[in-house]
Write a protein that binds this ligand. Structure first.
Ligand SMILES: *Cc1c(COP(=O)(O)O)cnc(C)c1O
Length: 424
């Protein structure tokens, strides 16, 4: 790249030109930004808690109004009848993760769903009981797997195989994942990994991992907390067995909002697949006969236990409507540019010492960049905060930033760079 062009890219004018050319730039106005000294904060934390869509309030208010007006009749009379509230999310979720309508449902929260899915898809035998996961997985996932393994009478130290980065490295080699699956193929029950690792931002090759797991006679499941709404997914075509996610990160549905699951049709349609049951998973036609004998719906809905948590789902609707309009392909395209721009600018910062541990290859990452500090990390994080940058600090020594294509712009990234550059 000629020096002149490069220097041009280090200017606010360049960032503004990029924003002018961005077809998605108007979506930013559909979200509330936290304020810092009377201006929008530089919000780079959508991987932790997405911003509030301005349309969320009207949808929540609608449910309150319908409750006031109809009482119990709201189950059928509400604008979005509560009886089938979960249906209002199905098509959007199917589009987001690349699934059929039979394969997804919005319900519960992530860790709860992970347990419910493991009840169905981690069915260890004396011969096949091992689980492969990534080292440094999110703690909730570690605890879930540890206790599932114990529940079945196995020792986590023996049953759980963690794939770790090589010495001196921070992310995983695909070839190491493959080798571990092949090596354990006679004892492997399940490969269960994050889609995008929360700490490093590394995105795994879900299709290839699934294929290898199947070749080893095991199943493949994924925690998509950091992948959904971030990467273009094709879970059905990739033959992924199951997945779960939360909706408060890239899906902007509010703190603790409803999670979602994917179960591949080949399992979801079968009455032979074991699931823990509640009335909302029972065949819709006969649900209110209140009879003995669980007859599961022939879809992911059969994993539902309880009736829909309307107030915990209303904001989810507001956000998914926006995703439907924009589409993941356009978001992913912008994301590629936005994150590459952040990376390029960060490489210009020489007076603070850190290393970007997120893979440079765009196929192996989403929005997020993780900056690893040997020292001063927490101090830099706090200084950024003081200057109106909302990022996130992860123990022991990482600042994560995530320029989110739905509402962040190039100028946000530029301003972040300028603040970093001027830190003492
Ligand atoms: C955010 C996150 C969770 C959070 O789980 P909850 O049950 O929603 O509290 C779990 N796993 C991963 C990988 C996450 O990133």
């Amino acid at each position: 790249m000629p020096i002149k062009d490069h220097n041009l890219k280090l200017t606010r004018e360049y960032a503004r030109e990029m924003d002018d050319a961005d077809q998605l730039s108007a979506y930013r106005d559909q979200f509330y930004f936290p304020q810092h000294k009377g201006k929008n904060a530089i919000y780079l934390c959508g991987n932790s808690l997405g911003l509030q869509p301005k349309s969320a309030k009207a949808i929540i208010d609608q449910e309150l109004a319908d409750w006031a007006e109809f009482g119990v009749e709201g189950h059928f009379e509400a604008k979005r009848p509560w009886f089938k509230y979960h249906h209002f999310f199905t098509e959007s979720l199917a589009r987001l993760v690349g699934a059929t309508d039979k394969e997804v449902v919005a319900m519960n929260t992530l860790t709860v769903n992970l347990h419910l899915l493991m009840i169905s898809f981690y069915r260890p035998t004396k011969q096949r009981y091992k689980i492969i996961m990534e080292a440094g997985a999110f703690p909730s996932d570690m605890y879930a797997m540890e206790t599932q393994v114990r529940m079945h009478g196995f020792d986590p130290n023996d049953a759980i195989i963690e794939i770790a980065p090589r010495k001196g490295e921070h992310t995983l080699h695909q070839s190491d994942i493959e080798a571990a699956i092949k090596k354990n193929k006679n004892k492997l029950a399940l490969v269960l990994m994050g889609g995008v690792n929360y700490y490093t931002g590394q995105y795994f090759d879900l299709q290839r991992i699934t294929q290898l797991a199947h070749e080893a006679g095991a199943l493949a499941g994924f925690d998509l907390a950091h992948a959904v709404g971030n990467k273009v997914l094709h879970l059905h075509d990739w033959k992924v067995d199951f997945a779960c996610w939360c909706s408060y990160k890239y899906l902007n549905s509010g703190p603790g909002a409803v999670g979602g699951i994917f179960v591949h049709e080949k399992h979801a349609k079968s009455a032979k697949t074991f699931r823990l049951a509640g009335w909302w998973g029972h065949d819709e036609q006969t649900r209110f006969k209140m009879k003995k004998g669980f007859k599961p719906m022939k879809s992911a809905e059969s994993w539902q236990m309880s009736n829909a948590q309307v107030f915990n789902m209303a904001a989810h609707k507001a956000s998914l409507d926006i995703f439907d309009e924009v589409g993941m392909n356009r978001l992913a395209e912008k994301s590629l540019q936005l994150t590459a721009y952040a990376e390029m600018l960060l490489h210009e910062i020489k007076h603070i010492s850190f290393k970007i541990i997120t893979p440079m290859d765009p196929l192996q990452r989403g929005c997020q960049l993780s900056l690893l500090f040997k020292s001063r990390g927490k101090e830099v994080f706090e200084l950024l905060q003081k200057h109106g940058v909302i990022a996130d600090w992860r123990e022991p020594n990482v600042i994560r930033i995530a320029p989110v294509p739905l509402y962040n712009n190039f100028e946000d990234v530029y301003t972040f760079y300028e603040i970093m550059k001027n830190l003492k």
